[in-house]
Ligand binder design. Structure first.
Ligand SMILES: Nc1ncnc2c1ncn2[C@@H]1O[C@H](COP(=O)(O)OP(=O)(O)OP(=O)(O)O)[C@@H](O)[C@H]1O
Ligand SMILES: [Mg+2]
Length: 261
């Protein structure tokens, strides 16, 4: 069934990560990366996950996307267990790359190539709407080489939006952008989440930029160094739009830093 915003009433739990542990294997020895990690995200919530470099954040996101099976524990989206990649979950990878020989539109369509249930016309309509929602109207026929870094990232976001996911997973999507572009794209991500026209009901954002987190997140989950467990969880009770220069804002930033250290 196609995801719509209205299928989940406000307060519905969209995503739950339940006691997830993961061991990689290095020279046949288990390398524990995640230990008993639990978190959840409700409708319209943006959950930020942060933690030291190499602690296992990208691994956690891949598990949520169904790309890696946890050693133990489970992930559920709208109550159903994630057992592999699913159409209602989209991920924008940390080192996201576009196909350089395809236009912005073709890159978005490429992300929908597995959708056998859609006609080409339907795919086109959805791809165009996703590009518009990612702020790329007018750039459909431009090749990646002619797009700025921020625009390339937006194509990545559009590709993730085009499949109309319930859950959008973003792995450090702003880290390689200049401040102004990153700021613009941050605002867009939040409006995509609360926009009734999009299917996205919840977002998990990986970031190590604490100010970015306080600007965007409803909830912050702080992971410890590897093997990562949840060091703490903070609900950010700051009204929006958030004033990044206010004293209150920095008090929240400090709370996250306190958990990270
Ligand atoms: N496929 C793999 N096989 C074995 N070990 C891996 C694999 N992928 C990642 N690792 C190891 O698992 C740990 C966690 O990696 P991961 O990429 O999840 O961390 P991260 O928190 O996203 O790091 P960063 O902040 O640098 O992006 C690291 O020690 C990494 O070397
Ligand atoms: Mg990572």
């Amino acid at each position: 069934m196609q995801a719509t915003k209205d299928e989940a009433s406000p307060g519905t739990e969209v995503i739950s990560v339940e006691h997830v542990s993961l061991d990689y294997h290095k020279e046949k020895e288990p390398l524990p990366v995640l230990v008993d990690v639990s978190l959840s995200g409700k409708r319209d919530e943006l959950v930020a996950v942060t933690g030291p470099s190499g602690c296992g954040k990208s691994t956690l996101l891949r598990i949520v996307a169904g790309l890696i099976k946890p050693t133990s524990g489970a992930v559920r989206v709208m109550g159903s267990e994630v057992k592999g990649p699913r159409e209602d979950i989209s991920i924008v990878f940390q080192n996201f790359v576009l196909l350089p020989w395809r236009t912005a539109l073709e890159n978005v369509l490429f992300g929908m190539s597995s959708r056998k249930d859609l006609t080409d016309d339907k795919k086109m309509t959805k791809a165009m709407a996703a590009l518009e929602n990612a702020g790329l109207s007018g750039f459909e026929n431009v090749y990646p080489g002619e797009l700025s870094g921020g625009m390339k990232q937006r194509v990545g976001v559009a590709r993730a939006l085009a499949t109309e996911p319930r859950l959008m997973l973003l792995d450090e999507p702003f880290s390689s952008l200049d401040d102004l572009t990153a700021e613009r794209l941050r605002k867009e991500i939040h409006s995509i989440l609360i926009n009734p026209q999009t299917s996205v009901q919840s977002v998990i954002l990986i970031s190590h930029n604490v100010e970015e987190i306080i600007e965007l997140a409803d909830k912050v989950v702080v992971l410890s160094s590897r093997p990562a467990h949840v060091a703490g969880e903070i609900r950010v009770d700051l009204p929006r739009p958030r004033n990044k220069k206010s004293e209150e804002f920095f008090q929240w930033v400090d709370k996250v830093y306190a958990l990270l250290s």
